[in-house]
Ligand binder design. Structure first.
Ligand code: TRP
Length: 351
């Protein structure tokens, strides 16, 4: 039997080229390698931990499904499913909660980053208390109370993985700590209740760390739309964003992250979409200026995204058929999850 591979993407809005290069493109290669039994899912329960509009959620879920398939994931080769359709994910998360030390979650850097605002305020409050002010503000208490999901996020992620006996989990290295927790929980459960789970391993592939086109100091993200190339941006929008991308002083197209962060970032994009090494690209543009480089880069990105966009358009018209296939994926995932859950419940002594 092939080793099992599981990964998910959160439906939190528009996907950008960072998601494509970092996840989707990778998933497709892993699927097509034929080396793994692959499961790819829409992590919609995870996405509830961030602010959202219920009216938009379903469209966001559908968008990830369409992006999965448009980028080359194939329901005949991989199980594609929606996390919330498989209630066992939440069920196992609860059970794992009961063996998760509070401190492990409290140390998670992603949690700390996402709640930095709250923590900063907490620090100020504590300071205030020392200065004689009394209890925590209502505002702070509300902030802290609304985000238990954010705190517990890694436990749900561990469930996503352990439920399917996944050996490999393709993720960016920002998820390493979460994966380590999944391993810890697998070990802990096994030693307490008997061998039940496999310890999963992260599967890293080299992924460029893309920065915002309008500020190479900041990570490319949907929260800075002007500096972000979305997978659904029209050719004209892509051309416009690249044209307006900030550049560095001088005019030489050269990779130097310290001295030339903006051009280096554009070179990464060029290399990823053009399939050329950075050194080759530097040679191609020796003696030419930023202008020519940027306009050719725009065409390369447009050309790289066109097949994806075309396919997505066609799929959108066949939404019913797509959803039928995802329904099959859901059923397959459910069958596996149900069986695993029975095993888990027996181990614990619930049944
Ligand atoms: N936390 C992951 C991310 O933001 C998404 C995710 C949720 C995931 N559950 C998972 C990835 C399970 C791999 C396996 O990228």
């Amino acid at each position: 039997m092939k080793p099992i591979l599981v990964s998910g993407i959160q439906p939190t809005g528009k996907l950008h080229i960072g998601n494509y290069l970092g996840a989707l493109k990778n998933f497709v290669e892993l699927q097509n390698s034929g080396k793994y039994e692959c499961f790819f899912f829409v992590a919609d329960l995870h996405s509830l931990t961030e602010d959202f509009d219920p009216k938009e959620k379903k469209a966001q879920i559908d968008d990830v499904i369409l992006s999965f398939i448009a980028s080359g994931l194939d329901t005949k080769k991989s199980t594609i499913f929606v996390q919330s359709e498989i209630s066992e994910h939440s069920e196992l998360a609860w059970i794992l909660n009961t063996i998760t030390p509070f401190g492990e979650l409290y140390r998670m850097t992603q949690f700390k980053d996402k709640t930095q605002v709250v923590f900063n305020r907490l620090d100020r409050e504590t300071e205030g208390q020392r200065n004689g002010r009394s209890s925590m503000s209502v505002e702070l208490a509300t902030d802290l109370a609304t985000n238990v999901g954010l705190f517990d996020y890694p436990v749900l992620m561990a469930s996503d993985i352990l439920l399917y006996d996944a050996k490999f989990v393709p993720v960016g290295n920002d998820q390493d700590q979460h994966l380590e927790l999944a391993r810890t929980l697998a070990r802990k459960f096994n030693s307490k209740f008997g061998k039940t789970f496999i310890e999963p391993q992260a599967l890293h592939t080299e992924v460029p760390r893309l920065m915002s086109l309008d500020d190479p100091e900041k990570k490319m993200s949907k929260s800075r739309p002007e500096g972000c190339l979305f997978l659904d941006d029209t050719p004209d929008v892509i051309r416009k964003k690249i044209k307006r991308a900030v550049t560095d002083s001088g005019n030489e197209v050269k990779f130097d992250e310290k001295e030339k962060p903006a051009i280096s970032n554009l070179l990464l994009v060029y290399s990823a979409f053009g399939g050329k090494k950075i050194s080759e690209i530097e040679k191609m543009y020796a003696g030419k200026g930023y202008g020519e480089f940027k306009s050719e880069l725009a065409e390369i990105v447009v050309k790289g995204l066109t097949p994806f966009q075309e396919k997505k358009k066609v799929l959108r018209r066949e939404m019913e058929e797509v959803m039928k296939e995802v329904g099959d994926g859901n059923r397959n995932a459910k069958t596996i999850a149900l069986k695993k859950m029975l095993e888990i419940k027996k181990r614990i002594g619930l049944i």
